[in-house]
Ligand binder design. Structure first.
Ligand code: FES
Length: 166
């Protein structure tokens, strides 16, 4: 197969590693490993109670602290009457997606990372850059919001988080 561009580095031409042919294979292997890890984590997910929907309507995004640490915190967006949940740290370089602008284009709601302006579909986590942000199922039951996640989620920091920030 002829390599015409480097997907790993977002170049419109093959990079040195692509030319040496190992790059795409390495990248494919890593992508497969990540997909397996995601599947493993997805199987461990359970519904986490977040709070009353009425209390969560008044902000466009709430940061949900994860018991597994800051790298797994979640953004809970409330846009146009619907809740959406995705990893709070941008898949590019960890930017704070809760602080990003939200825009709708062609019926697709997107959050734009405040650091480098990469966009992520609120429903699928897909970006125009080919990066993928992890998204989570959200359900509303009897006026209460739940997010399906592997870790406990809380609107308040867990004690370990509070210790880290002081
Ligand atoms: S950190 Fe989000 S676009 Fe770079």
């Amino acid at each position: 197969m002829v390599v015409t561009h480097c997907k790993a580095l977002f170049l419109h031409h093959p990079c040195r590693l692509c030319v040496r042919s190992g790059h795409r294979a390495d990248r494919a292997d890593r992508a497969e490993e990540r997909a397996e890890e995601r599947t493993d984590r997805a199987e461990e997910r359970t519904w986490r109670l977040i709070g009353l929907s009425a209390d969560l309507h008044n902000q466009r995004c709430r940061l949900l602290h994860s018991s597994a640490g800051r790298s797994t915190d979640v953004c809970l967006f409330y846009v146009k009457g619907d809740f959406f949940a995705m990893d709070a740290r941008c898949a590019h370089s960890g930017g704070p997606l809760c602080e990003g602008d939200i825009e709708e284009a062609d019926g697709v709601l997107k959050v734009f990372c405040p650091w480098h302006d990469y966009d992520f579909d609120l429903r699928t986590g897909r970006s125009g850059t080919s990066l993928q942000q992890q998204v989570y199922e959200v359900k509303l039951e009897d006026g209460t919001v739940y997010v399906k996640h592997a870790s406990q989620l809380s609107l308040q920091p867990f004690p370990a988080d509070q210790h880290c920030s002081s």
